[in-house]
Write a protein that binds this ligand. Structure first.
Ligand code: NCD
Ligand code: ZN
Length: 368
């Protein structure tokens, strides 16, 4: 039973990888989102205009292929999925590098990964060398290009890494008061408060940080108990989850970024003793459904469209016209979530909430 229609969602933070994984995951995003911001932490990372354009072509190609391959006729009212690209900030990124990427017309933002903070961040920036990027930050600020930040220090107890990064964001905001910042996948009550108090800063919030808590991921001995819930930043505690929910309901500068991060199942499950599974949750098939249910349970379903579409679109200056964006159809169709998606050629990726029963399905109109 169809229970609601909303503006086509916008995923402001998604990892699509390359080649086989890209081929497998891109259509799943394209069936649910009108547009998405594609993260640049590929191997090698996306560091210049040429790589960015090639990556755009690859993503758009796979999303398109997935859409048309199982349909017989084109729907005239659907413009297709729009990938928005990011550049990976390295210590060599100059204003000229950014300008060239900007000239392609496909650049949505520049992503700062503290070196060593997360998956494929080895070419990121040492936090004591941020000052060397002054010219680049000034250019971003002058050109009103967003700086997307993975806001964790790379060392120390996992639960403190995000909190300890906030003074660095505070400093950046002081030095560059016109630099538009997006704090990515925030996970703490402190970050939620920070966003609330800094009009220069927006934030993406993931479905898993709205649902999952630390104890579901890590056991009392500090050992990871569920490799499929292990991600950066690690989910925190109930007070943090409540603060994130409140931000998602109420703050115009908070919006949906799935941080859907596919990894082949072996790199999650087949881990040598003493090693950790790779971090990242693939939530493309269940993220919107998870958020819809949470918003409904809190009596805030009226804010679902704001959070998953219009606020993010506004922050990134995307068109909101209903003509260019197919509607999201929410149906009450209880169904089991498949444990994995599988390309039939050896790539298998575990779904967030795989094996669970969920109450809703969220798909763009052409795919219902
Ligand atoms: C992401 C990935 O796998 O690329 N992993 C994650 O745990 N979120 C990287 C990131 O966004 O931190
Ligand atoms: Zn991410």
């Amino acid at each position: 039973m169809i229970i609601g229609q909303f503006e086509g969602p916008f995923d402001a933070h998604v990892h699509m990888r390359q080649e086989g994984i890209l081929k497998l995951v891109a259509p799943h995003t394209a069936m649910r989102f009108g547009a998405a911001i594609i993260m640049p932490n590929t191997k090698p990372p996306i560091v210049d205009a040429k790589q960015m354009t090639n990556y755009y072509d690859a993503v758009a190609g796979e999303a398109e292929f997935g859409y048309w391959s199982d349909r017989t006729s084109r729907k005239e009212d659907y413009d297709g999925f729009c990938p928005l690209m990011t550049l990976y900030l390295t210590e060599q990124t100059t204003a000229k590098t950014v300008k060239q990427a900007q000239a392609t017309g496909k650049l949505a933002g520049v992503k700062l990964y503290p070196r060593g903070a997360t998956h494929n961040s080895d070419e990121g920036v040492d936090l004591d060398r941020l000052g060397a990027l002054d010219e680049t930050f000034r250019y971003l600020s002058d050109a009103n290009i967003r700086l997307l930040i993975h806001g964790e220090v790379p060392e120390g107890p996992r639960i403190d890494r995000e909190k300890e990064f906030l003074p660095i964001v505070e400093k950046l905001c002081e030095v560059y008061p016109n630099l538009p910042v997006v704090l990515e996948h925030i996970s703490t009550a402190e970050s939620a408060r920070f966003v609330h108090e800094h009009t220069q800063v927006a934030a993406t919030v993931t479905p898993h940080h709205l649902l999952v808590d630390y104890d579901s991921v890590v056991d009392t001995n500090g050992i990871i108990r569920d490799c499929h819930l292990f991600c950066n930043p690690i989910p925190k505690f109930e007070r943090d989850r409540q603060a994130l929910l409140n931000l998602a309901f109420n703050c115009e500068r908070s919006f949906y970024g799935s941080d859907s991060a596919p990894h082949i199942i072996e790199s999650k499950e087949n881990i040598q003793p003493g090693h950790e599974p790779v971090a990242g949750i693939f939530n493309t098939l269940t993220g919107l459904e998870t958020v819809y249910k949470l918003f409904l349970e809190h009596g805030r379903a009226d804010k679902f469209g704001d959070f998953t579409a219009s606020r993010g679109r506004k922050i990134y200056d995307l068109p909101t016209s209903p003509q260019s964006t197919p509607k999201l159809v929410v149906a009450e169709t209880p169904s089991g979530v498949p444990l994995v998606i599988d390309d039939g050629h050896g790539i298998v990726i575990a779904n967030f909430r795989g094996g669970e029963w969920i109450d809703f399905r969220c798909l763009l109109e052409p795919f219902v």
